[in-house]
Design a protein around this ligand. Structure first.
Ligand code: GLN
Length: 287
């Protein structure tokens, strides 16, 4: 970072001003990013910045802040620099092997908390950071929670989050439903990759694992794979809850109905987009 107005004091206020200017082009939350990163470099809460705008951070704090700004300017999300992201009221460790949990996914979690029957066996498919599995394990301790991911690195992050929050989750390194026995599950929950290849939106997400984001020409490959095998692993009457793109609800409902799911419906996120679709495996269906 260039020295804030050479000759002037490198106070918190001056450092933030320079950082905001540096990040303005890269981030649409430049002011917030600058504050969060400076607070982290200082090892203080953000309120410290407002209380002590004239404080001059030490050179080692400034060096840490400059490194964080350089990373942010070159596209590293704040969550990867901090190593942590808040989701559903808890802090989760994240690193570049996992998708950063999004507020959108809170819709999936709320839906699952409400709809999953008591004492269910629940599996989170493609758990990534473990966000969905850890929150469900905390909110629904009556259930038996399992989670799969084909990335061993992601599972290590997830397992660490489970341990940190004292959750009981069985973590399985496997592709979607591959490790699950026939008719062994009461509810499948997943936030799979669902962005279409070549979607311009991906440019802004380049730091995150493509395997957690991109899923074939229409973004529906993973969802098709999950729906295709869900009938095998779910018990009759079992639930499938899927997060998907804001414009994919109709297609996902059709896939669910075509696969014999009943009571198919979609649920809106806080932005008013149909973000989660749900289906129930027919009771008595043989497949
Ligand atoms: N909601 C994410 C985004 O578009 C995508 C997450 C996903 O593919 N599961 O930023």
């Amino acid at each position: 970072m260039s020295d804030p107005e050479s000759g002037s004091r490198a106070t918190i206020a001056a450092l933030l001003r320079a950082a905001r200017a540096q990040l303005a082009e890269r981030s649409d939350s430049a002011a917030l990013d600058a504050e969060v990163l400076l607070a982290a470099a200082l090892g203080k809460p953000r309120s410290f910045l407002y209380a002590w705008p004239d404080h001059e951070p030490t050179t080692s704090v400034r060096a840490r802040f400059e490194d964080a700004l350089t990373a942010r300017s070159s596209g590293t999300p704040v969550a990867y620099t901090l190593g942590v992201k808040e989701f559903f009221g808890i802090d989760l460790a994240v690193d570049p092997s996992v998708l950063i949990p999004r507020p959108d996914t809170e819709t999936l979690v709320e839906c699952a908390i409400e709809r999953i029957p008591p004492d269910a066996v629940v599996v989170d498919l493609g758990t990534g950071s473990g966000a969905v599995a850890v929150v469900l394990a905390r909110e629904r301790p009556d259930c038996r929670m399992m989670a799969t991911d084909r990335s061993f690195q992601a599972l290590r992050v997830a397992q660490g989050n489970g341990r940190h929050h004292a959750c009981r989750v069985n973590w399985l390194c496997a592709d979607w439903t591959a490790a699950l026995a026939a008719q062994s599950v009461d509810a499948l929950v997943s936030n799979p990759p669902y962005v279409a290849e070549g979607d311009p939106h991906l440019a802004a997400l380049a730091a995150e694992p493509a395997s957690a984001l991109v899923s074939g020409p229409d973004g529906l490959d993973a969802i098709r794979a999950i729906i295709g095998d869900a009938g095998r692993v779910l018990r009759p009457g079992g639930l499938l809850l899927l997060e998907h793109g804001w414009d994919q609800a109709e297609a996902v409902r059709a896939l669910l109905s075509d696969a014999g799911f009943e009571a198919v419906e979609s649920v809106m996120d806080l932005n008013g987009h149909e973000r989660v679709s749900v289906g129930q495996r027919a009771v008595g269906a043989l497949r």
